[in-house]
Design a protein around this ligand. Structure first.
Ligand code: MN
Ligand code: MN
Length: 408
């Protein structure tokens, strides 16, 4: 069964179950035509269509009745983004140019083949990373002359403060792929300060004077276009790359997120990493959330800033409440970016049949969320009853303890 058919049949089976009927050839045929019809409203869809995109966005085709008003686009897939190919790997980005609402955060997915080097460089934005695959060696030197060299693997993070020069190299056996998050939506991966670019645009006699060598020593520096991501031999053991006698940075630029004990719930987990546990990460806070099929990241919002998301595995739908009667529902697949503007209420439901795994990322030194359930549990019950006309069962079911993920 193809992915497309699988997603259509899920919706069709839900509809058939709701109608108390069986899955007939007729209902399946109707769903595969993807007509935007629900509850006697809408109409057939006789014009052009893109079935695979329709299948990925069931809540755009037939929105829940609670959707209303206008919201900005809150979803963009890395698989809809241009890829820059290099000899050492590839890179692609989702910035404010692709996802207009994301003024504060830009994302990059980068692949480095074994030995492939992302050239020594720096930039104005801070760089936070989550390793998706494989192993990498990362290096940096800070303004105090303290250095940093480490190896990272899947689930590890790094953070390079603004302006701090660094490098990344893929290791054996198959290099690495990672997500980069920059604390500036207008960041451009093609617009960083490259070591080779700096040297190419400094007069040779100045370089000679700076390094105290004849100009000929630097005559063979490659053109920056050849160096941005380039192949190189896979480096030896980490110990051999440690600079003898150098003083290490006071706060590590790497962090083992998967070594953190998760908040464990019956149908999910959450790992929260902000500057309280990863001290170097002053401008980016994150949560890695796992939600089992049918379960849901509970209704909540964030009192500090916007939320930028990266979907690692599974499929989901997110409803976003924007105040003033406006709300919209978006569907997500692996490799999608999602976004929730500051303070808007939202939930994220696992609509697939595998574990949903995604990152919540914030331009902040700390993670914070307000749980709707906890808010009401800690509000005088009679006030809640008078406000919502709820029964005792509702009041008794409220939880004083946060449960980021709630069961199906
Ligand atoms: Mn960088
Ligand atoms: Mn959230």
């Amino acid at each position: 069964m193809s992915i497309v058919t699988d997603k259509i049949s899920r919706r069709t089976m839900l509809a058939a179950t709701a109608a108390g009927g069986l899955l007939t050839t007729a209902t399946l045929a109707q769903a595969q035509k993807s007509d935007p019809i629900a509850n006697g409203r809408g109409g057939t869809n006789p014009g052009p269509m893109n079935p695979s995109r329709i299948a990925q966005n069931p809540d755009l085709m037939v929105p829940p009745n609670t959707d209303a008003g206008s919201l900005p686009n809150l979803r963009f897939s890395f698989d809809d983004a241009h890829i820059r190919l290099s000899a050492g790997g590839w890179t692609r980005q989702v910035t404010a140019r692709e996802l207009g609402v994301s003024k504060d955060i830009a994302g990059v997915i980068m692949r480095l083949n074994a030995g492939g080097v992302r050239e020594l460089h720096w930039h104005k934005a801070a760089e936070w990373a989550y390793v998706l695959y494989g192993k990498a060696r990362i290096t940096a030197v800070d303004a105090n002359g303290h250095n940093f060299v480490d190896d990272v693997g899947a689930g590890d993070l790094w953070y390079f403060p603004p302006g701090i020069p660094h490098s990344i190299q893929g290791l054996d056996p198959d290099g690495t792929e990672f997500l980069l998050v920059f604390d500036d939506g207008d960041f451009d991966e093609d617009n960083t300060f490259l070591l080779s670019d700096f040297l190419k645009h400094t007069p040779p006699e100045v370089l000679a004077k700076n390094f105290g060598v004849p100009a000929s020593s630097l005559a063979n520096v490659p053109d920056p276009s050849a160096l941005y991501m380039f192949p190189a031999p896979v480096p030896g053991p980490l110990g051999a790359d440690k600079i003898a006698g150098a003083v290490e940075v006071l706060q590590s630029f790497s962090h083992r997120m998967m070594a953190q004990a998760p908040i464990k719930m019956k149908h999910g987990t959450a790992r929260i990493t902000d500057s309280s546990v990863f001290q170097a990460s002053k401008t980016i806070a994150a949560a890695l959330v796992e939600v089992e099929p049918g379960a849901m990241r509970e209704l909540h919002w964030h009192p500090n800033t916007n939320e930028w998301q990266y979907y690692i595995q599974g499929q989901a739908r997110m409803g976003v409440f924007a105040a003033s009667g406006a709300a919209r529902t978006f569907d997500f697949q692996a490799n999608d970016v999602g976004y929730v503007p500051f303070a808007m209420g939202h939930y994220i439901e696992n609509t697939g049949n595998t574990t949903l795994r995604y990152l919540e990322v914030f331009k902040s030194d700390h993670f914070a969320d307000v749980s709707l359930n906890q808010w009401l549990a800690l509000t005088p019950p009679e006030l809640v009853r008078a406000s919502l006309r709820v029964d005792s069962q509702f009041l008794h079911a409220l939880r004083r303890e946060k449960s980021p993920v709630v069961p199906a």
